[in-house]
Design a protein. Structure first.
Lengths: 197, 197
């Protein structure tokens, strides 16, 4: 029984190595190459720990938030990364991601499968303070990458400031302490031509 | 004041992007390319969450462990990755890493600088249950990568089973539930020629 649990846990560890192959649209901050989901996930988990003081909910369960972030993109191993501003790609995104979650979390021992699947769903539903703050980190991160690469992915896709501001609403809600920083950053990005007005 | 804190926190977030450029000796599990520190760090943070039931200390502070893991390799942005079995590279490793920790954590607001630096030191000293369990994850991870790539990095460096077993002592101590799994894995690695006997 113990061995069966370990076998399943190790199979999961092996499987999720695939996250390192899922490329995002954002470039590394030196512009050298596109970032992958594993790198992105590590970075936003650190951000969640670092920026907690700016969160709306001071009683936030940070361990839960970090756990959520560390596994939130695993579905993209099967479903791929859908660019935030790609309307068509979003049409069947949910179906693809649910199937992926069932397969990937399904590798775990039953109790962990259920708990981790629930955590992923909580993130996707975005209703709890933890899910909202986690989403704020997930949304803020590519904005930083774009800003520091002079809008490399924004420019490649002709992204407009209005669309980015809409996605930043969750930062204002879940991490209000960062709102004016984000506002200034986007103003500067437009002024410098990184982002379409 | 608030703005100065955010400026420092964002500078830190930007700086640590460099972890994605620090290459390790281990290959991704499909053998395609070498892994970088950001990917490795993400992976072991998930492992820590997943394998907690095998830890020696059931009362382990998992949030602290994960925080520790997420930042433990940041010093390698300046100091580089030292291969586990490279005796020469280890000679001045400590000095290089302390200087790196001072510079990188020094970007943070003072309270966070002190807290995060302390967490890094706690990991390096390896005395608390959290530090021991974190180290066990950090040591187990490349063994899995080596096993699933048929010993790619082990063979490249002529690593012997004895040296790996010595490094696995911390797994037996801090995550005894995994000891027999690791023992079997190494036996199999030797039998299959992935690792020198």
């Amino acid at each position: 029984m113990e061995n069966e649990r370990i076998t399943k846990q190790i199979a999961f560890i092996r499987e999720i190595d695939g996250l390192k192959h899922v490329l995002r649209q954002a470039y590394l901050m030196n512009g050298e190459r596109r970032e992958n989901d594993a790198e992105h996930t590590w970075h936003i988990a650190v951000m969640a720990l670092l920026l907690q003081e700016h969160a709306a909910d001071a009683a936030l369960d940070l361990k839960k938030t970090v756990h959520m972030l560390l596994v939130h993109d695993l579905v993209e191993i099967d479903a791929g990364d859908t660019f935030a501003y790609d309307v068509q790609g979003h049409a069947d995104k949910w179906e693809r991601e649910v199937a992926a979650a069932k397969r990937i979390f399904g590798l775990l021992p039953e109790d962990q499968r259920d708990a981790w699947m629930a955590l992923w769903l909580e993130f996707e539903e975005g209703r709890t303070p933890e899910a909202k703050y986690a989403l704020a980190m997930d949304r803020l991160h590519p904005v930083l990458h774009n800003f520091y690469t002079e809008g490399k992915a924004w420019r490649a896709h002709g992204v407009r400031a209005e669309a980015v501001r809409k996605r930043m609403a969750i930062v204002a809600e879940a991490a209000p302490g960062l709102e004016s920083f984000v506002h200034s950053l986007l103003e500067e990005a437009v002024a410098k031509g990184y982002l379409l007005p």
